[in-house]
Structures are given as C-alpha cells and as structure tokens.
Design a protein around this ligand. Structure first.
Ligand SMILES: [Zn+2]
Length: 162
C-alpha cells in the first residue's frame, strides 16, 4: 500500500512551483563547470530544501544536487517527511536556449533519495510536459540491506504500514 497521490490539478500546481523554484535556484548559483544542477525537495509541511551540484577537479569527487538538498533536509529535521524531488540543469553558455530544464535523478540519487523518502515523487519532463511519478517506479528492485533494520520506521513508512 502506498500513500494516495494528490489530485492531478493539485499536483500540477505543486510541480510547477517546484520547477520554478529549482530554476530560480540554479539561475542564482550557476557557475560554469562548478554548479550546473539545482535540486529542490519538498516536505509534508510545505518546506523546500535546496541544493546545487558540486563539480570537482576529479570527476568522481563531484556530488549531485540531490545530495546537497537532502543534507539540507536533514539539517531541517525533514528527511523523514519528503514528498517531492526535482532537479534542473542550467544550460552551458554555448547552448542557444538558456532555460534550465528538468532532468531525472541519476541512479545513485534514486538509491539515496529512496533510502530517506520511500514514497517521494519525482518530477519529470517529457517533451517539456511536466508530471510526477513515484520515484520507486524509476528504481525497481532497489537495494535493501539490514543496516537500518533496528531503527524506528520513518513517518512515511509508518503511514504506508497503516
Ligand atoms: Zn545524482
């Protein structure tokens, strides 16, 4: 059983606000070859948690915007009540259209976000048409280990179990 998805008209407004906020975030913090992706998480209380990706001189030392946004959610004690995630990519200066566009989370971020928000919905864009789907649909057969088996279930997990 999963949490009921919001009504489509309600979700459309949430999605549009999330994308607009992510676009403003990366427009403000974009730096060539340093910060190209901005991510925004939304929690049950309507609070946003933002992050930008950190490019490194050594590529594998880089970290994703979703990781930074999740860290900010942790700092706000909101990591167990996440509802939506979105990421946008700022175009390079050489690209003709300078509009930040929605990009899907990478595989690592799918794993990480689902560890904290098993019911989180992800904003996607198909031909510039925005929609949201359960992130778990993008990561079937997600890895589940025993590391956190002793912990209390998160709010969203408890809601799912009801
Ligand atoms: Zn990622």
């Amino acid at each position: 059983m999963s949490i009921t998805a919001p009504a489509p008209n309600q979700e459309a407004a949430v999605v549009e606000a999330l994308v607009r906020r992510a676009q403003e975030l990366i427009a403000t913090h974009y730096r060539v070859e340093r910060h190209q992706i901005g991510a925004v998480l939304l929690d049950h209380d309507g609070q946003y948690h933002e992050g930008v990706h950190m490019e490194a001189m050594v590529g594998r030392a880089s970290s994703c915007a979703e990781t930074a946004a999740l860290a900010n959610a942790v700092m706000a004690s909101a990591s167990d009540k996440l509802t939506y995630t979105v990421a946008v990519r700022h175009p390079k200066p050489s690209e003709s259209d300078q509009t930040p566009r929605v990009v899907p989370p990478c595989g690592l971020c799918r794993e990480l976000l689902l560890d904290y928000g098993p019911d989180i919905r992800v904003v996607l864009a198909d031909d510039n048409c925005l929609h949201a789907v359960p992130l778990s649909e993008l990561m079937p057969y997600k890895y589940v280990g025993t590391k956190w088996a002793h912990e209390q279930p998160t709010i969203t997990q408890a809601m799912v179990q009801q």
